[in-house]
Design a binder for this molecule. Structure first.
Ligand SMILES: [Zn+2]
Length: 345
């Protein structure tokens, strides 16, 4: 949980992931044989195998999170913003935010309820009509504190409960944390390439370049994914449910996941007595989509930690799902060899 907390509280809106990258480099350096940061800013680390397998295995998690970017300044010192990645406009008014690398405190402007007219309350409005207020006295002050391009992240504290944890950016710091745990453990027979990639939230971009560099035989994407499981009882098809185990995927908008790998994952879960669930097919996309179409093509799987209120300042995950994702990944990779890929697709 300490690793997840550290990663969750670091800011890394797409294209400005350096703070998260630094945390990751410090966490993994003693546990890997080689590290490089590629041109786009993704971290690619090699944990050399003990021999016995020639497979090149890539495990990916994206470092970036959704947030906002400054695109202009009003004469009264307000910051004009656009969203970076998918944000729900309804959630935004009144939120506390952190602006830029110095974490200047700001708030997303909101009209006092006293002045709200009938109808104001139930319309979300355009994202472009929102402003961030950092208390700047005018246009020039705003410009010098938060020039165009400055990233803005949610201000959010990590909180650990008895069975759950709450915080921002679990998509995909949950995946990053699972990958850090994997690297901190024992090596595998094969060479393990860990990629902590940039710019997933704006189009699965960093992973495309990373996969090109790694040229893996097989890849697993780690994610924090949507859990729309409330109310529970009568909903036949929630995306995933909290506490029902790590989520695997059959198909989403980015890729069809490899059946041999999903068989390996479900069989491993069964042997260990771990719960797993399948995410409702067809929704969202992951870096697996970019990786699968790289080079000569790569069989891919995804292991995701279900998160309620994803892409908000207060996502919630089950500590059980998180620990089981770590175990499922490690134990499945321990069972991965050439024979798995020799099966018909
Ligand atoms: Zn994600």
């Amino acid at each position: 949980m300490e690793i997840l907390k550290q990663l969750s509280e670091a800011n890394g809106v797409s294209g400005a992931e350096s703070e998260v990258r630094q945390v990751i480099l410090d966490l993994i350096r003693p546990h890997v044989d080689e590290i490089q940061t590629d041109t786009l800013g993704s971290v690619i680390a090699l944990k050399r195998g003990t021999g016995g397998s020639d497979l090149r295995v890539m495990v990916d998690a994206h470092m970036d999170e959704v947030g906002m970017m400054v695109v202009g300044h009003d004469s009264n010192g307000m910051l004009r913003i656009v969203s970076v990645g998918g944000l729900d406009t309804r959630l935004m008014p009144g939120l506390r935010v952190q602006v830029g690398p110095d974490r200047i405190p700001g708030v997303i402007g909101v009209k006092p309820i006293h002045l709200a007219k009938n109808g104001d309350m139930d319309k979300a409005g355009e994202f472009e009509s929102l402003r961030v207020d950092i208390g700047a006295s005018g246009k020039d002050a705003a410009k010098s504190k938060a020039p165009i391009g400055t990233r803005i992240a949610f201000h959010s504290e990590f909180i650990e409960g008895e069975t759950t944890a709450r915080g921002k950016a679990f998509d995909d710091r949950a995946g990053c944390a699972v990958l850090v745990h994997l690297l901190q453990g024992e090596p595998f027979p094969f060479d393990l390439y860990a990629s902590f990639t940039v710019q997933e939230e704006v189009g699965l971009r960093g992973a495309r370049a990373a996969a090109h560099a790694i040229e893996p035989d097989v890849a697993v994407a780690l994610e924090g994914t949507i859990a729309d499981d409330l109310p529970k009882e009568d909903d036949e098809s929630p995306t995933t449910r909290l506490g029902a185990g790590p989520a695997l995927s059959v198909v989403d908008r980015s890729v069809i996941y490899d059946r041999r790998l999903n068989r390996l994952l479900t069989q491993t879960a069964e042997e260990l007595g771990l719960p797993v669930q399948f995410k409702q097919p067809g929704i969202g996309g992951t870096n697996a989509g970019s990786i699968a179409l790289s080079g000569v093509g790569v069989p891919v799987a995804c292991i995701a930690v279900p998160c309620r209120y994803i892409h908000s300042p207060a996502a919630m995950l089950s500590k059980g799902d998180y620990h089981n994702a770590i175990r499922l990944l490690r134990e499945s990779l321990a069972r991965l060899d050439e024979s798995v890929l020799a099966q018909p697709v």
